[in-house]
Design a protein around this ligand. Sequence first.
Ligand SMILES: [Zn+2]
Length: 466
Amino acid sequence: ASGTLKLQNSAIVGSRKLDAYLYYLLGDNLPCDGHYENLKEAEKWGFKISDLTRKCKTLQEVFDFIKYWDVERKNLPVATDGIVLKVNSLRQQRNLGFTAKSPRWAIAYKFQAEQALTRLNKVTYQVGRTGAVTPVANLDPVQLSGTVVKRASLHNADIIEGLDLHIGDMVYVEKGGEIIPKIVGVDKNARIMIGDKVKFITYCPECGSKLVRYEGEAAYYCTNDAACPPQIKGKIEHFISRRAMDIDGLGPETVDQFYQEGLIRDVADLYTLKTSDIINLERMGEKSAENIIKGIEQSKEVPFERVLFALGIRFVGETVAKKVAKSFKSMDALADASLDDLIHVDEIGEKIAQSILLYFANPKNRDIIERLRVAGVRLEADEEDTSGHTDKLAGKSIVISGVFAHHSRDEYKELIEKHGGKNVGSISSKTSFVLAGDNMGPSKLEQAQKLGVTIVSEEEFLQMIE
Ligand SMILES: [Zn+2]
């Protein structure tokens, strides 16, 4: 569909008969409070919606729907692997909000995946960015849910051991929610001649280092991160990726090419590249060479929290990087932090803290950071954005209670801080007022009345800060 939409010739686009079905209606002034009711409105306006959507009132209705479609989906004109369940009330959706990755008011139900039986020919091993070694099953090609599968993940040594896997075995392959299919079982009755038992390798297939297994972890690792090619390239690929430094024009193939040419050995090397270094490489033109150098230059504007994420410190994903950046505000402060300093940060546990300490204890990493600093990469957090801030609530201690229609609780907490007030958890004689939505807790209400604390409604509050 996306390829079709990019075409210049509208006649060809028209001939492909693309269609659009709405699954959600977004907007500030929606006609109804219900997700389902809004879709029905959209249908009246002339949009297409799926006529298979159902509004359920009980769990039983949900299960019945799932059961029905588990069979009936095979007669649909499109492939489907599951059902999305959503909370209908938009007000409840707002109150539930989002995690870093997904809404709390929607969940996917996946149908049992289809399986296929095929022969295991060989097991090969892939080394990832973190040094984790993944076993890959090489199979006789087999049809599975509309595609031909030739390779499948075997996850780790325990799974191989648990399956008692031998070369030549007939294995069950399944495509679950992941893109990569996996081996889920062996048909031992089909064993005519027993091939070699599959034994997990003990040395890295890329650099020859002895593999190690950390306590409590299923994976084997190659720890030679400074010289193991896929680890070096993987770190650079992560660094340039869209959610990290977002360097335009650079992709895995280019990173591989630069690495082969000896132009880059770590992420800091990117900032020493010049157009003249890369312009004569194969498949590279003047234009793309300039774009890459420009992209690298622009990445110096990427905010500190994303630089921190881009470094690829183990267990420091996007959310953790944000928290850490907000709390330490600079790479230097973070590098000097003790275990105690680190675990005092919200949601940072010992495992993450140890990993950060380990990262900065390595002189090679310190060196990379120094070279990034020289290059002009941002190693400090921005001054906080203070636009729209007022002191309308200065000196006020405010308790939030109940369910709100216009904003979520978290948004109200932010609004209070933005206008100079302080959000506190429990009502005391020092509380300035209670911001109360629907269904305020009865004990809070009683406490407020006893202490004579004013109760402010959502609308009154919004007028106060207007
Ligand atoms: Zn290695």
